[in-house]
Design a protein around this ligand. Structure first.
Ligand code: ATP
Length: 259
């Protein structure tokens, strides 16, 4: 595998502006195949916008990116290789959980027997078998979230984009979710994981990127990120995150005003 083939995601100067707001600002990053990339950032940093560009749901204002070796402007080439769990799982209330997953498998052209084997095994894994024939309108938030994650990885995409995958999950289900993400990564799936729950990233991520005001302000493996550059002392990921995003705010405040 050449170094380029080894990349699941590659962006170069990726930028998205909405009017006067620059949501993502000149983002250049690389994510290796089969790794878990923890994508952190304060509210409004541009994480969702980045994921929407990488999953072809919104077009960049400038810059380029490829996912699984395909340019994101070539929607038809990219989508078979990706799965996406957005903040609100896209599910139909009037379907049952099982019907929703069968529908998702159909959209992905999965053969019926393969689809039903995977659906049943993931339903069991997420403790949803008993409720699989209930309509989604009667599901709790956590149950909807489970269906959303299952449908994002059902077709075993090369790259899964997961936005807050543990949102709404009880501790046992959150554990299952973390174990599932680790298993998928062990089977060569690349996971691009955005969450505010730092222990999840600390446990799972091979690399962490911190986005702030649309810019990538830090990127490293969790252990190095947690080691203070100045003193070499260990700190928690939460402390590292707070230091990095505060330092960046201080830098911005110290910049001479353009006026
Ligand atoms: N469709 C849109 N139109 C206008 N502005 C937008 C749009 N989508 C996002 N923005 C702006 O872009 C910036 C980045 O938003 P984004 O949702 O990507 O952040 P985020 O890091 O995902 O935040 P959170 O952690 O709160 O989910 C914000 O200032 C937001 O207001």
């Amino acid at each position: 595998m050449s170094p380029v083939d080894a990349l699941a995601i590659e962006t170069d100067g990726l930028t998205k502006r909405y009017g006067n707001t620059t949501a993502v600002d000149d983002l250049t990053m690389q994510v290796e195949r089969g790794t878990v990339y923890g994508f952190l950032g304060p509210n409004g940093a541009g994480k969702t916008t980045t994921m929407r560009m990488l999953t072809t749901l919104t077009r960049p204002t400038a810059g380029t990116a490829s996912v699984a070796g395909h340019s994101i402007v070539d929607r038809e080439s990219v989508t078979p290789h990706i799965g996406y769990l957005p903040e609100e799982p896209p599910v139909y209330d009037e379907l049952t959980g099982r019907e929703q997953l069968e529908y998702a498998a159909g959209l992905r052209d999965l053969p019926d027997d393969e689809a039903s084997e995977r659906i049943e095994s993931l339903l069991e894994r997420f403790d949803l078998l008993e409720d699989a024939n209930k309509r989604i309108e009667d599901y709790s938030k956590g149950m909807r979230q489970k269906v959303g994650v299952i449908q994002a990885v059902l077709h075993e995409p090369d790259v899964a984009f997961l936005d807050e995958p543990t949102s709404g999950l009880d501790p046992r289900a959150a554990r299952t979710m973390r174990d599932t993400i680790a298993d998928l990564a062990d089977h060569e799936m690349t996971i691009f994981l955005s969450t505010h729950i730092l222990p999840v990233v600390d446990e799972l991520a091979d690399t962490i990127g911190v986005l702030h005001d649309g810019e990538l302000v830090a990127e490293d493996d969790p252990e190095r990120l947690k080691t203070r550059a100045e003193t070499g002392d260990a700190r928690s990921l939460e402390d590292a995150f707070l230091d990095i995003t505060r330092d960046h705010d201080d830098e911005v405040a110290a910049e001479p005003s353009a006026e």
